[in-house]
Design a protein around this ligand. Structure first.
Ligand SMILES: C[S@@+](CC[C@H](N)C(=O)[O-])C[C@H]1O[C@@H](n2cnc3c(N)ncnc32)[C@H](O)[C@@H]1O
Length: 251
């Protein structure tokens, strides 16, 4: 698998810091929100495919109720997730092109969908979700931003780990050109090793930004019946649009 995310240090040589930069506890509320959506599916959800599962920080909560298959492009992020979620199936693949030739009761795509910076790429992920979703099943897409409710923002976080390791970060998101389909986030990571040495790393991520109307149109073209649920969780400062897409039952 070619790994374009290797150009993001966060998902390659820094992946071992992911549990300190974005700890699993911070996903509790969002995962509960997704679990509630899954319970609302008319088809009982026993199997769940997650595309772009990263360090598996949603999966660690969701796997209690469902059997999960986790897909990510980055071998380093899959390694982190396998440590946390050894009972889940892990697959290295690109969510735009993955074809497992089997279906799941539901498909979930969290913030990794943000890395789709063109509408064609976004549509490809929807096609992957459709191909792996049982008729009558659900696909849930949870991007960080949609154009309709986007506001530039900055924030910080990070936690302490074992044996003196600790991480802190600053993130700063803005839209250099509202006419195109992407925004930019600058990250500054401050990483303290067990020996007390401190590294400062910064990098910029380009992520997709689309209007609700584009999301709904593309989901319809992919074959889904889709609706928007706007979520506001306590651990997120901004509301986010969640796209709940149903693959129509077979006739
Ligand atoms: C913010 S992290 C996801 C974190 C995840 N929500 C978690 O629970 O830990 C984004 C992930 O998207 C993955 N990614 C980016 N482009 C991808 C693609 N085309 N196919 C699969 N995974 C991709 C990256 O490798 C990275 O692990």
């Amino acid at each position: 698998v070619t790994d374009p995310s290797a150009r993001h240090r966060l998902y390659s040589d820094l992946a071992g810091w992911w549990p300190l930069i974005s700890p699993p506890d911070e996903y509790t509320e969002e995962a509960a929100f997704v679990a509630a959506l899954l319970r609302s599916s008319e088809r009982p959800v026993r199997t769940l495919l997650e595309l772009g599962s990263g360090g598996g920080h949603n999966a660690v909560h969701l796997k209690r109720a469902v059997s999960m298959t986790l897909v990510d492009l980055s071998a380093d992020m899959l390694h982190v997730s396998r440590e946390l979620n050894p009972e889940c199936e892990h697959i290295q693949a690109d969510m735009r092109t993955l074809r497992l030739h089997r279906t799941f009761d539901a498909v979930f795509v969290h913030d990794a969908v943000e890395y789709m910076t063109t509408a064609d790429d976004l549509r490809s992920v929807m096609d992957t979700a459709f191909a792996h979703c049982e008729p009558g099943g659900l696909a849930i897409f949870m991007p960080d931003h949609t154009t309709d409710i986007f506001v530039p923002s900055s924030g910080h976080g990070g936690t302490d780990g074992d044996a003196g390791r600790a991480a802190r970060y600053l993130e700063w998101t803005w839209d250099p050109d509202p006419a195109d389909s992407w925004v930019e986030t600058v990250y500054v990571f401050v990483l303290r090793g067990a020996d007390g040495s401190v590294d400062v790393v910064h990098e910029t991520h380009r992520t997709g930004l689309y209007p609700r109307e584009t999301w709904l149109r593309l989901l319809g073209e992919a074959g889904f019946q889709a609706a928007i649920v706007t979520a506001q969780t306590d651990d997120e400062t901004q509301a986010r649009d969640v796209f709940v897409a149903r693959r129509p039952p077979a006739r």
